[in-house]
Write a protein that binds this ligand. Structure first.
Ligand SMILES: Nc1ncnc2c1ncn2[C@@H]1O[C@H](COP(=O)(O)OP(=O)(O)O)[C@@H](O)[C@H]1O
Ligand SMILES: N[C@@H](CCOP(=O)(O)O)C(=O)O
Length: 303
């Protein structure tokens, strides 16, 4: 491939953890950010952002998308070109839907394309994981689908997790932010053996439950002892929304990523009722949420 002057990269939102899979499993959703990079021969940086939360995105060198772009050039040991970046935001910021992963993946993929793809997809993935610090958002954002990542001796093993077509994700996105770093600060650095065993068993059950679409298994499997018990307190109304979702027919409800978005898994028959119940429950707590059913994106980042 040859060097190009402009590239547009589309990157999906992701929902990480899925209950017991803290820091190792995530799924790409059909909700997107679009990033256009244009080489500027005179040098310099300009960033323009459109979309609902546009004014919340940094437009100087600290912009995460640009930081990922720079990281690519540092990695290939070349001087970065001047660039004009146009961001069309579709993924809400700091809500637990992997907005930072879209920026990291977007910046790396765009730079790689501009330079004629000197890096393989798996090299881009390793760099993205190193930047984000955990694999569960950047891996599905790059590759699409539901993915489990495990660090091997030399690198990462990525496993494609089959997702039964009857399982519908419903996301309830509240009108407040919770940064991932803040939500990680409340987690203990050590866990008990009992909690480790609990999550190991439940993640195993979840993988098989997602594959065959068995409601009882998914219901049990969505429980977690490693992060949700500590993070619930950061999300007002968590218990009320959980009860409403399950009463309306959800298999279960979890925190999407680090929150505050809440994710219910359900079936087609119940998805509308589950969405309405989650919305109402949060409204009763004084929180307005954008609640919607989303299907899985299976393509990942595309340019
Ligand atoms: N499109 C984007 N362009 C630049 N920076 C972004 C973009 N999306 C997210 N970010 C950065 O990532 C931060 C949110 O990251 P984080 O707290 O991990 O939340 P999330 O769960 O959405 O990934 C934003 O405050 C912003 O600094
Ligand atoms: N495993 C991470 C996932 C963070 O996801 P995000 O969408 O909130 O960035 C964590 O739980 O901290």
């Amino acid at each position: 491939m040859s060097v190009v002057s402009s590239v547009t990269v589309t990157v999906p939102a992701t929902t990480a953890n899925l209950g017991p899979g803290f820091d190792c499993i995530g799924a790409a959703l059909k909700l997107y950010n679009h990033f256009k990079f244009t080489r500027v021969e005179e040098g310099g940086l300009s960033i323009a952002v459109t979309g609902e939360e546009a004014q919340r995105v940094q437009t100087d060198e600290s912009n995460l998308l640009y930081q990922a772009f720079l990281r690519f050039y540092q990695h290939i040991e070349q001087t970065p070109p001047g660039v004009k970046i146009e961001i069309q935001l579709g993924v809400p910021l700091a809500r637990g839907l992997g907005s930072s992963a879209t920026a990291i993946v977007g910046g790396l993929v765009a730079a790689n394309q501009l330079e004629g793809a000197p890096m393989s997809q798996s090299q881009v993935m390793e760099l993205a994981i190193a930047m984000e610090g955990h694999p569960d958002n950047v891996v599905p954002a790059l590759l699409g689908g539901c993915r489990l990542a495990a660090s091997g001796g030399a690198g990462w093993e990525i496993c494609d997790v089959p997702w039964h077509q009857d399982i519908i994700p419903v996301v309830a996105i509240p009108d407040f932010e919770l940064s991932t770093s803040e939500a990680r600060r409340v987690l203990p650095t050590q866990v008990t053996r009992a909690d480790a065993i609990f999550n190991t068993a439940h993640l195993g059950l979840l993988l098989r439950g997602l594959e065959i679409g068995k409601p009882e298994w998914i219901k049990t499997a969505l429980q977690d002892k490693l992060h949700q018990p500590y993070r619930k307190a950061l999300i007002p109304g968590y218990d009320a929304v959980n009860l409403a979702a399950v009463t309306a027919g959800a298999y279960g409800m979890v925190i999407s990523g680090a929150g505050p978005t809440l994710l219910a898994l359900t079936d087609e028959l119940h998805s509308e009722a589950v969405a309405a119940a989650m919305s109402t429950a949060w409204e009763q707590e004084g929180i307005i949420a954008n609640v919607r059913s989303l299907s899985l994106d299976i393509q990942g980042a595309k340019s």
